[in-house]
Design a protein around this ligand. Structure first.
Ligand SMILES: Nc1ncnc2c1ncn2[C@@H]1O[C@H](COP(=O)(O)OP(=O)(O)OP(=O)(O)O)[C@@H](O)[C@H]1O
Ligand SMILES: [Mg+2]
Length: 394
């Protein structure tokens, strides 16, 4: 396409005579053609000739079907019928995307703008078609659809694998936990101290594995959009206070002071109590895990507006470096620093907690002034659930 000649010949930006309009059409970077009521081509610009690979005289008077439009597209759609319909219901086709064909047989996708041209009596005479090649866009769309389908299938396979495996994993674990508990209670007869010690290791490991399996399952359920909220009214202030008892023993052992300041006015909220309890427990168990002996852990909560409560659980522990921030809420990630290397865990507590909070329509984040400076974990939660139940929309 000789773009240069277009600029050379055209002295003004606005065309002021037929010649200049003609130039614009000829050198436009789009396909411009006209067809009559039978679908015969009456005009096509240079771009169209080059694009489809024909000389002007090879197409003028020829029908679009069999030349630049295949009778059916790759999906089997009848394009012959479509061309006939364009003449009858042209308003339906003002913007139309369809498959076309080049002289070398290559199929392409074109986005067409079709305008009816009327004669002096107002009767449809021809259709003016302006087209742009969108093949690459279509191919990219197809690739995305294929990738999406593959991802959805993989996700379904993962979900069903996990659902089956969870049953298979939990059944033997019930026996491990149940029988080690029974042994420790002396149901199978008295045990020596060594036997008791070993049985308690079995029990502890069994419980740990069970909570791990539950976390992995919960996470995949949320990701599959299948996690339902079991809503009830409960006292958030009580729940935070009660949650501190879970870490009280460990805190005492490590001389960690516990304090909470929960405003009375936050009272009753409507949410999934089990999940909120798990979130608070996950944050508190991290706080006690990452706070060295002699530190402090606290919580405060208050209403931030008519329908939202903000809870903050803070510690004076090892803190979080800015460069590691992204790892905190990433699945199976733990910060590997000189401080944190010695701590056990899987890296599921925080990502799962964040998802539980988001399921409620709340937000979760943390702040830390850096290594050795402690951390503040926050979440907000609506007092009442007004949105759809169990829908995870991010
Ligand atoms: N209070 C905190 N102080 C410092 N670092 C923290 C704190 N809470 C979380 N982190 C960092 O974020 C990481 C992710 O936390 P998360 O609770 O998801 O995993 P985890 O506690 O290591 O394992 P899990 O909770 O699955 O047993 C932790 O490994 C730790 O590096
Ligand atoms: Mg944790």
């Amino acid at each position: 396409m000789n773009i240069k000649s277009f600029f050379v010949k055209t002295s003004k930006n606005v065309p002021n005579n037929d010649g200049q309009y003609h130039e614009l059409v000829e050198y436009a970077n789009s396909i411009i053609l006209r067809m009559d009521m039978e679908g015969n081509i009456t005009f096509l610009n240079r771009f169209a000739q080059e694009f489809f690979g024909y000389k002007e005289e090879e197409l003028i008077g020829k029908n679009v079907i069999g030349t630049i439009v295949p009778p059916t597209d790759a999906s089997g759609k009848d394009l012959k019928a479509m061309i006939a319909d364009i003449m009858i219901n042209s308003e339906k086709y003002i913007n139309n995307e369809n498959e076309n064909i080049l002289r070398n047989g290559k199929r392409v996708w074109i986005a067409w703008t079709n305008r009816p041209i009327l004669d002096e009596n107002g009767q449809l005479k021809e259709v003016l078609c302006i087209g742009n090649d969108i093949t690459k866009l279509k191919e990219a769309e197809d690739q995305i659809m294929i990738a999406k389908e593959a991802a959805e299938n993989a996700s379904k396979a993962k979900s069903s694998f996990l659902a089956n495996m969870s049953h298979e994993l939990r059944t033997p674990l019930n026996a491990v936990i149940g029988f080690s508990e029974a042994m420790l209670e002396g149901i199978a007869g008295p045990m020596t101290d060594k036997q008791k010690e070993y049985a308690s290791y079995i029990l502890e490991s069994g419980r740990h594995l069970l909570s791990l399996i539950n976390d992995v399952l919960d996470l995949s359920k949320v990701e599959a959009g299948k996690m339902e909220l079991e809503l009830s009214d409960f006292n958030l202030q009580e729940l935070v206070k009660k949650s501190f008892t879970f870490i009280a023993e460990k805190a005492m052992k490590h001389r960690i002071a516990l304090c909470h300041d929960i405003k009375d006015d936050i009272g009753i909220i409507n949410a999934d109590e089990r999940k909120i309890k798990q979130v608070i427990y996950n944050i508190l168990s991290n706080a006690v895990k990452f706070t060295p002996d002699g530190g402090k852990i606290g919580a405060n909560a208050s209403k931030i507006n008519d329908n939202e409560i903000q809870v903050c659980i803070w510690d004076t522990g090892i803190g979080i470096d800015k460069k590691d921030s992204a790892k905190v809420f990433a699945e199976f990630e733990q910060i590997d620093s000189e401080y944190s290397r010695k701590y056990a865990g899987t890296g599921l507590g925080m990502p799962l907690s964040k998802k539980f909070i988001e399921l409620h329509g709340g937000k979760m984040w943390f702040e830390s002034d850096g290594m050795g400076k402690g951390a503040h974990f926050y979440f907000t939660i609506p007092i009442k659930q007004t949105g759809k139940k169990g829908v995870f929309d991010e």
